[in-house]
Structure formats: C-alpha cells, structure tokens
Design a binder for this molecule. Structure first.
Ligand SMILES: Cc1cc2nc3c(=O)[nH]c(=O)nc-3n(C[C@H](O)[C@H](O)[C@H](O)COP(=O)(O)OP(=O)(O)OC[C@H]3O[C@@H](n4cnc5c(N)ncnc54)[C@H](O)[C@@H]3O)c2cc1C
Length: 419
C-alpha cells in the first residue's frame, strides 16, 4: 500500500490476501534500504522520516489497518510535539484536568488543573492509521496483513521472512511491539521486564460522559505498582488498570472495584489485556543492521506506563541512525545504543526511582501532592514535555523528608496508605 488508501475493517480478507500475494510475487527480489516491522507509532515515525529522506522503505504490519490497540489513547503533550499529523482530526477530547484519587480512602481526590493541554485523547485505530498514512504518503511501501515470521542478520544485509515472502534490506527496525518477533529473533528480548494493563471501552450515560469531559481520573492504591484510570473519549470512557511490575495479582478484581465505584458495568469479554514493557533498565537496543524501537525495545515509562512518546522518539532516533549508516557505510549501529540511553533511558531510569518511591510509600506521596502542589505540577510538566524527570526527582527528594515516609519513630508497612 504505497500512497493508496488504507484498507478498512470488513474488507474481504481472502481477496486482500490474494492481492497481497500477487503484489509480493513481483517485489520479493527488491532490495530495500530498511524494512520496518510494525506500523504502530514507532514504525510509522521511522518509516516517514526515512522515506522523506529518499530511502526505500518497506513496512510490514501483521494486522489489517486500521487495527484496534489496547491503549488508553493519551497522547501526551510531549508526544504531540514530536509528530506533524493533523492531530485534531483524531482527537476525541483534550485533557486539562486530572483528578488524582487513592483507592480505599474516604477522602476527596486531588484536582490538578492545567492551563495548557496535558494530553490529547485518541482512539489508537484512528491515530495509528493517520501515522501510517503519513508514512505511505512520504513514499514508504506498507504491507498490512502480512506478519514477520523470522529474521536473519547477515554481514551484508538483513533477511526478513513473512507469511508471504522473503525480503532483503540493508537495515531493519523492530517496531513490532511488546509481543513482536524481532527482539526475540535477535536475542534482544528481556523476559519478565513487563507489567500488564487491562482496558475496556465503556458505554455510559450522557450524564456520566458530561461529568468527565476534559477530565481524567487516575486512582492509585489498587494495584501495588500501578493505578486505574478513566479517560473520556468522544462518546465513551476508556477505563483500565495497569500493574507496572511483573506478576500482578487480582488485577481483574481490583478493576471491578474501581469501575463499580464509578457505576460503570462491563462484561469479562470486554476486557483487553496487553503487556507494558518497562524501561529504565540497562539493556541492548540494537545489533549490527538492526534497531529496536518503541515497545519492542521495552521503552514504556515505569512510573506511568506511557509509551507513545517514547515509541515515536525512538523511531525517529532509529531513522537518524540508519540515515547516517547509509551515508557512512558503517552498519554497526552503536550510535543508536547511546542515543537511546542519553535521550530516553536515562530519563526513564529516574522514572523508575520515582516509581519505586511512589509505589512503596503511596500515603506519603498523597500527603505530598496535597500539601505541595508543585510536585504534581512538575510531574505533569514532565508529561507535557516542559520539564524532565531529574527536576521532579530533585523536588521530591527536597520535599519528601524521611519522617514523611516513615512517620516519627515508626515505619509503616510498605504500600500502606495513611493520608
Ligand atoms: C492498556 C494499555 C493502555 C496504554 N495507554 C497508553 C496511553 O494512554 N498513552 C501512552 O503513551 N501509552 C499507553 N500505553 C502504551 C502504548 O500503547 C505503547 O507504548 C505503544 O503502543 C508503543 O508503540 P509501538 O509502535 O512501539 O508498538 P505498537 O503500538 O504495539 O505497534 C506494534 C505493531 O506491530 C505489529 N506487529 C506485531 N507483531 C508483528 C509481526 N510479527 N510482524 C509485523 N507486525 C507486527 C502490531 O500489529 C502493531 O501494529 C498503553 C498500553 C496498554 C497495554
């Protein structure tokens, strides 16, 4: 699909598949500059940049576009600043208020109000299609409905085998998400480094919709290392729960408690679950000729679970690395490791420290957020891309004295909430 209209759900799959096979037969001898696995934000951002620079790019996407992706669909101000699509076209609501709540505590939520947008709420099917369309318009060839089965890294090229054909390229980007094959095939996958999140798209009454316009709810204290959320879309609420640590417990029950309190009903089959691969650990993001981006590289924020911004940013960094490699002829890709470490992972290592503190001492943080509104404001400034996590950690350390964590002379249970 090069510059063609994206296929819609409900298209005749068998015809699609025959057409795709016919198309591919004629193409499998072609040599690409880059094969991108996955047309999520990471893959499409990379493909757009590379194609605009004149490189020959093939994007292989397992699903037929537009495709559903389990996601709250909050495109942070930081993520929005990195893309040049018509975001308002797919924006369902703009968040300027976040209510921060603490489960099982009979106290009013903290209401944080921002003058500028904190996040733009989208349905990922629409948002990702727009990004893929931009890549196609820039010149990338997009084969949706075709999945990568295996990968071989040779000295002179990369071979990618799909359910239809074998393709060769000078380089490849693994942007095939948390469950993709590129990281596993290249021994770059880190097992047990993911959290998990569940989500529903909830149909609610008009009054319930009105209650949440432009306002998100984030509720801590349910999962031990995470939170439940409510994000309003145009005609429904996206609600979910995430535990940002391996082996979460009773997540479905905790989600039920959260939704019951808000009078939202759902059936078990409405739940969509997906891993959240967490960054902030030391790991390898590339091999010669191969770069991992986005969730495939494990680049979600261990404090918030945000991943769209880091997917786009790493996709763009991967594209820059490949452009340089194609110019110099040096395909070792070592620059990418340091680019990700400096621009993304170093920040997310700080997020990991903040997460360790927040989820170990939620009560102390609740008191802190109430008494020192700067801490929440600085955190949301980081979400908007106006401040970095280093600033937030410095403020938290300066404000959160040991006695606030442990009380005077007594140490609460880890995880205890005592506002
Ligand atoms: C419930 C939930 C809520 C979330 N909410 C938010 C949020 O509000 N804001 C935020 O910033 N982040 C959120 N995240 C994280 C965010 O969804 C991801 O970080 C983001 O989608 C990563 O983008 P990506 O391009 O790396 O991968 P993906 O968006 O996962 O895209 C990968 C693509 O690769 C394709 N693919 C997979 N395997 C293959 C294969 N073998 N061959 C070819 N293609 C393949 C997939 O079909 C998919 O289209 C949430 C995650 C979850 C689970």
């Amino acid at each position: 699909m090069n510059g063609e209209k994206l296929k819609k759900d409900g298209d005749d799959k068998s015809t699609d598949s025959m057409l795709a096979k016919a198309k591919i037969k004629g193409r499998c001898k072609a040599m690409y500059d880059c094969i991108v696995a996955g047309a999520g934000p990471a893959g499409s951002a990379a493909a757009t940049r590379l194609s605009k620079a004149g490189l020959k790019v093939l994007v292989l996407e397992k699903q037929t576009l537009p495709r559903y992706k389990a996601c709250a669909g909050a495109v942070s101000g930081r993520a929005a600043s990195m893309i040049s699509i018509d975001l308002p076209q797919v924006t369902e609501d703009v968040i300027k208020q976040v209510n921060v709540d603490w489960a099982s505590q009979d106290v009013a939520p903290i209401e944080y109000i921002s003058e500028t947008p904190i996040a733009y709420l989208v349905m990922r099917s629409e948002f990702d299609s727009l990004l893929a369309q931009q890549a196609a318009t820039s010149g990338a060839l997009i084969h949706d409905g075709e999945h990568v089965e295996s990968l071989r890294l040779n000295a002179e090229d990369v071979e990618v085998k799909t359910n239809f054909s074998i393709y060769r390229a000078r380089t490849a980007i693994g942007a095939d998400g948390a469950l993709g094959v590129m990281a596993r095939q290249s021994d770059l996958h880190i097992p047990k480094s993911s959290g998990i999140a569940l989500e529903i798209e909830a149909e609610v009454t008009g009054d319930q919709m009105d209650q949440w316009r432009s306002t998100a709810l984030v509720s801590y204290g349910g999962p031990r290392h995470g939170y439940a959320w409510l994000f309003p879309k145009a005609n429904h609420l996206s609600m979910g729960i995430g535990d940002l640590a391996p082996r979460p417990q009773n997540l479905v029950d905790k989600f039920r408690t959260f939704t019951d309190a808000l009078n939202v009903t759902w059936r078990h089959q409405d739940l969509k679950a997906h891993p959240i691969p967490l960054a902030g650990i030391t790991r390898c993001f590339c091999r010669p000729r191969l770069l991992l981006a986005g969730d495939a590289a494990g680049l979600c924020d261990p404090l918030s679970g945000e991943g769209i911004a880091y997917a786009i940013q790493s996709g763009l960094l991967a594209a820059e690395t490949i452009l340089k490699a194609c110019t110099t002829g040096d395909f070792s890709m070592g620059d990418y490791q340091s680019a990700i470490e400096t621009n993304i992972n170093s920040q997310l290592k700080i997020a990991r420290q903040l997460a360790a503190l927040l989820y170990a001492f939620p009560g102390a943080f609740f008191r802190l957020f109430r008494t020192n509104t700067d801490t929440l404001a600085w955190y949301f400034d980081a979400v908007k891309g106006e401040r970095n996590y280093g600033d937030v950690l410095d403020l938290v350390k300066a404000t959160l004295k040991p006695q606030a964590l442990f009380g005077r002379g007594q140490r609460p249970e880890r995880g205890e909430i005592s506002p």
